[in-house]
Design a protein around this ligand. Structure first.
Ligand code: GLN
Length: 202
């Protein structure tokens, strides 16, 4: 299992550090060619407008859409969640549209809502740390979208088949629960031949 991390802007290094901690091979993705041999992909937090510009310039928007359409597993955190959404408002911007969610950027004001919370999820027994940094708000989730965690009444961790979305930053916590969940999900997507490598389920 090789995990690609979109590395055009944002906290891609923090995702790399998390994957290194759990012993998973990763590669930074900056061009369509970098996607070759990548089984699953992480879209990090950062600034989604800047990230989108870069994707469009490099033709990576098309490659990422194709990767998603082929059923490749994708995990978007914060700005990555914005990139995956079908609809983006406040302000609006183009996106990959791979997940049937609508998000509001700057929903909580520019300086507010950068905070650490702890919350229950459907993916582990213990509550997990959730670091929010100017997080987008998921204002609509379609019928095919499973809500795996809410915080203060809002969905913050959702899954649609092979797409996982967190409006918080699991890569900034020492707890690796969400990444390990994503890797199990990704292994299901790539099929039996690679089941023996990567992460064990626990
Ligand atoms: N609100 C930011 C954006 O629009 C995302 C914030 C983040 O990734 N921490 O890109």
């Amino acid at each position: 299992m090789k995990v690609g991390i979109l590395a055009v802007q944002g906290d891609f290094e923090a995702h790399a550090a998390t994957l290194a901690r759990i012993g998973v091979e990763y590669a930074f993705v900056r061009t369509p060619r970098d996607l070759e041999g990548v089984d699953a992909l992480i879209l990090p937090g950062g600034e989604s407008t800047t990230q989108w510009k870069f994707l469009a310039e490099e033709g990576l928007d098309k490659s990422l859409r194709e990767f998603g359409a082929r059923g490749g597993a994708i995990f978007g955190t914060c700005a990555g969640a914005i990139l995956l959404a079908r609809e983006v408002r406040n302000p609006p911007q183009p996106s990959l549209g791979l997940a049937d969610i609508a998000v509001v950027r700057n929903a909580y004001g520019r300086q507010l809502a950068s905070e650490v919370r702890h919350g229950a999820t459907d993916i582990s027994n213990a509550p997990i740390e959730m670091v929010f940094i100017r997080a987008p708000l998921i204002e609509r989730a379609g019928p095919g979208v499973q809500v795996l965690a809410t915080s203060e009444g809002q969905p913050v961790l959702v899954r649609q088949g092979h797409i996982l979305i967190a409006t918080f930053h699991p890569e900034l916590s020492s707890d690796t629960t969400v990444h390990e969940y994503f890797l199990r999900m990704a292994l299901e997507c790539v099929g039996g031949d690679k089941q023996s490598s990567g992460v064990s389920s626990h």
